[in-house]
Design a protein around this ligand. Structure first.
Ligand code: SF4
Length: 374
């Protein structure tokens, strides 16, 4: 059974100096018994994908804001949404975080956190120019792509960046190789791409794309540019890939898939696409359980459930509660991978064994355990 149906789900983070902290995401009031238990011919069940929900980069970024508030007091400013989830953002706002679009909205000398999606060097410079105390919560796997872009640009490559127009991560990565990056938004863009030297070309990608669609884009790019180089390692991150593999397995047997996550969360939206491409009869994204529509359940025997990498488990629990009200109380978890990746906190927030600031150490390594604690 799933843990903690009645109360708050606690996220437990391991701290390398031996101290443990319990960070909580508030449970929102559920609207219970909203959905009817309508009859269907086959037994009703839920297939719950695992892994799902928080990845190591999101956990680190959210904890970074919480720890910055603890250490420096409110307000702490955050450039853009720290992660793409409305519930996480509103929970942090209640704790004293102020979200802004650009650094020039922040009072001089204040603390600012850069989001998990990363920033261009010009943003870092803009913060320095305003004398802001910056805490960089960019996911290390996004930083890896930034480094690749910087290195290939320095070596005079042209970069074809596969990613979505306007996404913050894409803007940050392009900012690391200005003038040398062409954005490839979809396979349909490929015929129109213009490059200067097709023999000195590399592709990189946003970390949260559909693996299958990205590979299709790369195949088309390579047909046009046979000497196109691959990135040194996968840019689509482990969390995105793992969640797509899990929902593929679930979708094979699901009449309906419900993906919990926000509309601006790229990896969440991809999970809906992947479910539909892999056998689900229908798939819908919801921020909250209250958005599930009664008519979605008509004639449905098996409901698949998953969540994007920026979604706290509490929101999934509420979907399961509502589905149980509608007769889907049999929950089987489909596990396709185990995850135990940990990232160090941003260096500005690390502490030594005595709790004193220590940028050199690993103090404050974070680890997400919530979906495994079931
Ligand atoms: S989805 Fe991947 S790249 Fe994005 S924060 Fe999570 S681990 Fe990092």
């Amino acid at each position: 059974m799933l843990a903690d149906r009645a109360g708050t789900i606690a996220r437990v983070s391991n701290i390398s100096n031996g101290a443990a902290v319990s960070l909580e995401m508030p449970r929102i009031p559920a609207v219970r018994n909203r959905l009817r238990d309508n009859p269907v011919s086959a037994p009703k069940r839920v297939l719950l994908a695992a892994p799902r929900g928080y990845c190591a980069g999101v956990d680190r970024a959210v904890i970074a804001v919480e720890k910055a508030l603890d250490r420096f007091g409110s307000p702490v400013y955050v450039r853009k949404q720290i992660v793409h989830n409305v519930h996480v953002v509103s929970s942090l706002e209640k704790k004293g975080a102020i979200f802004v679009d650009e650094v020039d909205e922040v009072p001089e000398g204040a603390h600012i956190v850069f989001s998990a999606h990363g920033v261009a060097p010009s943003v870092v410079q803009g913060a320095a120019d305003r004398n802001l105390d910056a805490i960089d919560a960019t996911c290390p796997l996004v930083t890896k792509v930034h480094r690749e872009a910087t290195r290939f640009a320095r070596d005079d490559y042209e970069i074809l960046l596969i990613g979505h127009v306007g996404h913050e991560e894409v803007e940050g990565t392009m900012g690391h190789a200005p003038g040398r990056t062409t954005l490839v938004n979809s396979p349909a863009d490929v015929p129109n791409i213009v490059v200067n030297n097709p023999d000195h070309l590399v592709w990189l990608s946003q970390t949260t794309l559909s693996v299958d669609e990205t590979m299709q884009t790369v195949r088309l790019l390579r047909e046009r540019f046979p000497n196109l180089q691959d990135p040194p390692s996968d840019d689509i991150c482990y969390a995105t890939q793992n969640r797509q593999v899990a929902i593929k397995k679930v979708a094979e047997s699901a009449d309906l898939v419900i993906v919990v996550g926000s509309a601006n969360s790229s990896n969440t939206v991809r999970l809906v696409d992947v479910a539909l491409e892999n056998g689900a009869t229908a798939a819908h994204r919801v921020d909250y359980a209250s958005e599930i529509q009664q008519e979605w359940l008509e004639g449905v025997s098996t409901v698949g459930v998953t969540s994007g990498a920026s979604v706290p488990e509490v929101l999934v629990q509420q979907v399961l509660d509502d589905l149980a009200d509608a007769g889907y109380a049999d929950v089987q978890q489909i596990v396709t991978a185990e995850e135990d990746l940990m990232f160090s906190l941003p260096k500005e927030l690390r502490t030594d064994a005595n709790g004193q600031p220590d940028e050199r150490g690993l103090g404050g390594r974070v680890r997400r355990l919530d979906w495994q604690r079931q």
